[in-house]
Design a protein around this ligand. Sequence first.
Ligand code: URA
Length: 285
Amino acid sequence: MTNLFVDFQNQVEVIKVRCADGEITEAERDATLRKMQLKDEWGDIWMLSPTGEWFRQASGSKEWVRDHPIAIIDPSTLPPVSEMNLPQIARAVHDCARCPLAQQGRSRAVPGEGNPKADIMLIGEGPGFHEDKQGRPFVGASGKFLNELLNEAGYKRQDVFITNVIKCRPPNNRDPEPEELEACKPYLDRQIELINPKVIVTLGRFSMYRFFPGASITKIHGQPQRMGNRLVVPMFHPAAALHQVRWRPLIIEDFRRLPQFVAEMTIVRKSEKSNSSDPEQMSLF
Ligand code: URA
């Protein structure tokens, strides 16, 4: 595996594979990769499916999830964050040392995962114990509840993209410091830019503050706000709703409205697109 590098462009597409002895054809590449189960430095196992998608089984987990095999991206080839694609962001986040969290007991950074073309992006606070072990967002108790909430709304976890405002676990799950949030901001900004979701759901205080500084979740939860070409909807954090039973029906109700928010933004984007390509409309400006 160490002599195998995969170059990515356009999100998750594998463009070419270089082996120690030079480039191989796409067919040779796929045949080679499908015969291999690649184990990365964290003990995760990677597989290339017959349909050309990569799947990862995190060590300690039985679940196979669609993901980017960042472990086989050559780190020396990374461009600036503002020009990275999603696998490159994941690679950079895994190696990131922009803030003290890298040295404060992080097992693994958690860049985020999911559909690179998702209509909905969920932004939580930061990894907890289980996320730090598996390198995946929302895989503990609150993640289980989040999966249920998504199902309630008619979505599967793999339909959406899930990430956090900070990508490394703070010691003892303490609140993130301002400089830690600032250090992670370029990654989140670029993820939002690349995925371009119609709807962003903020989960938790620090995620909400990024879009609604100083707001109170009990006052604004479930109320979408138009920001540019998307809606941002603050919602209760699943962990908070697990502990505060009275918030459960509220978070369920808020999640159930997600398809409606997506539909609204689909119409808005379509009409904006057709207006901008309508010569009569264009001549008005
Ligand atoms: N809580 C969060 O905010 N994010 C996670 O990834 C897990 C728990």
